[in-house]
Design a protein around this ligand. Structure first.
Ligand code: HEC
Ligand code: HEC
Ligand code: HEC
Length: 431
């Protein structure tokens, strides 16, 4: 609470400073909903590809809601923010927004009326996107089906519910600048950097944030918790057991299985699912850039780590007993391709600084995306007690990595058990 109070004061001071800088931004004129026929097919198709890379539908579609009609809850440490309706419905969506108003939202985080938008909408990445790409996104959204839907009010704690305070945040953290290009890199890597830093907003999940939810400079893609999943470091020294190469990254990001790394799960699954639907050259470009950021990583390059790393210390270890009885059947000798799990020595989930992903996966299991065949793992939430879960997670970390034991397994397990039961982490695996 003390921390929050301190934050509140800091924000108020910032806001005061910001008032001098930017007194209420102006509202922009509403327009008639543009005639969908006005936009040419090639621009709309280009916009669709960009919308997939930007994950727009993922955040702007509620469970069982219309596409892009908003209302999806986005949990943040400051409370819950609901995404808005970005279909061209004139009353509840952005049907009356001009192209100028849309550009301003993407670059300055303002709605048409001039209200500040929360950076849960990753506009601090979208500033990097070139205007022609932003206009193609506009064309794509304006040619979608209008859906009438009023998203719920945000549930943010005071003082974070005060939008004018965001002026202070922007003053500190928002650079309204387009992607400048990497001078020493080739065209493919440059394309990848443009997509990763801009529309793909990979840093939105993978970059550590400060108390005001701004991504820390100098720690680009070094690992962070987002929406109760830990997005591992994918730059510098990374936790993966086996060194990633560009081809493996391309397969993984396009939603395919990789023998040394498995398949995208949890919050990464929709990202990979969307990337599986864009031209492979974009995915390859992203991979080339990420592979470059991972250069210097010291992980083993070969795959000879299948066996136990640590010793099986104690035959009475409850964790060892559970692993042998409930997990090994699929993770060591898989009975069928759909039940085949990654040998756990390869799993990044036991090598990251938190047991969060591991505990979630064990509790909730893994299922293929709705209506598609794919790999399946049952959830063990009802089958294991808290103590057994702690023993199992501790055992897996000890047996398959040479890393320090986690200090907070019991806390994470207790916290998870009190939260809503999940419906299973989806995989992104493409058919
Ligand atoms: C990580 C989640 C997330 C992603 C990804 C995302 N948005 Fe949003 N967006 C939001 C949230 C949350 C808001 C509402 C913010 C607020 O209320 O202050 C928002 C607001 C907006 C708004 C302002 C609408 C209004 O009525 O005020 C526009 C326009 C928008 N998003 C477009 C996009 C586009 C285009 C993309 C893809 C390139 C995209 N968003 C991707 C979460 C997201
Ligand atoms: C919505 C949050 C989110 C976004 C956006 C996101 N990621 Fe991830 N990413 C995750 C999570 C969570 C994991 C861990 C998944 C797991 O344990 O299977 C992950 C895992 C990964 C991994 C595997 C790391 C490893 O060693 O196992 C790679 C590579 C990756 N992401 C790349 C990217 C790239 C590139 C982008 C941008 C195009 C991106 N991610 C955008 C959340 C995200
Ligand atoms: C019916 C087969 C099955 C059983 C039983 C099973 N799993 Fe899985 N598991 C899978 C499949 C399939 C996946 C998804 C593919 C993958 O990523 O490994 C998976 C994924 C995982 C992952 C994520 C691996 C990654 O990609 O990083 C972990 C961790 C995991 N399982 C742990 C366990 C543990 C611990 C147990 C025992 C309590 C267990 N599993 C039991 C089939 C199974």
């Amino acid at each position: 609470m003390k921390v929050l109070y301190g934050l509140a004061i800091a924000l108020i001071v910032l806001a005061a400073a910001a008032v001098a800088y930017a007194v209420s931004p102006r509202a922009l004129e509403g327009v008639e909903r543009p005639d969908p026929q006005r936009f040419d097919g090639a621009t709309v198709a280009h916009g669709e590809r960009l919308a997939l890379i930007g994950n727009c539908a993922e955040c702007h579609t509620a469970e069982r809601g219309g596409a892009y009609a908003g209302g999806r809850p986005i949990p943040t440490p400051l409370g819950t923010i609901y995404s808005t309706n970005i279909t061209p419905d004139p009353e509840t969506g952005i049907g009356t927004w001009s192209q100028e108003a849309f550009r301003r939202a993407m670059y300055e985080g303002l709605d048409r009326e001039g209200q500040h938008l929360y950076p849960a909408f990753p506009y601090h990445h979208f500033t990097k996107v070139m205007p022609e790409d932003v206009d193609a996104l506009y064309a794509y959204l304006m040619t979608r089906e209008p859906v009438r839907n009023e998203p719920p009010e945000n549930e943010l704690r005071f003082p974070f519910n005060l939008r004018p305070l965001l002026a202070g945040w922007k003053l500190l953290y928002l650079d309204n600048e387009r992607f400048a290009g990497l001078p020493d890199a080739d065209e493919k890597v440059n394309r990848g950097a443009y997509l990763v830093q801009g529309l793909g907003h990979c840093g939105g999940c993978h970059t550590p944030r400060n108390a005001l939810q701004a991504e820390k400079e100098g720690e680009f893609l070094r690992g962070e918790v987002t929406e109760n999943w830990y997005a591992p470091a994918i730059a510098g020294e990374v936790p993966a057991a086996v060194k990633w190469n560009e081809a493996q990254l391309t397969d993984y990001l396009a939603g395919r299985w990789v023998d040394e790394h498995g398949v995208a799960l949890g919050a990464m699954a929709p990202v990979a699912h969307n990337l599986s639907r864009v031209p492979e050259e974009d995915v390859a470009a992203i991979s080339a850039y990420i592979a470059l950021l991972m250069e210097g990583d010291e992980a083993e390059t070969d795959a000879e780590i299948t066996g136990a790393v640590g010793e099986l210390r104690n035959g009475d270890d409850i964790g060892a007993v559970i692993y042998a009885g409930a997990c090994a059947i699929c993770h060591e000798a898989s009975p069928s391709p759909f039940a085949a799990g990654l040998p756990l020595a390869y799993s990044t989930s036991i090598r990251i600084p938190t047991p969060l992903n591991l505990v979630r996966i064990i509790e909730d299991g893994v299922k293929p995306p709705e209506g598609r065949p794919g790999r399946y793992m049952p959830g063990f939430a009802g089958a294991l007690t808290d103590d057994q879960m702690v023993a199992l997670a501790t055992y897996l970390r000890g047996r398959f990595t040479g890393l320090e034991p986690w200090a907070d397994v019991a806390d994470v397990v207790a916290r998870r058990m009190r939260s809503e039961p999940g419906s299973g982490a989806e995989t992104a695996e493409a058919e």
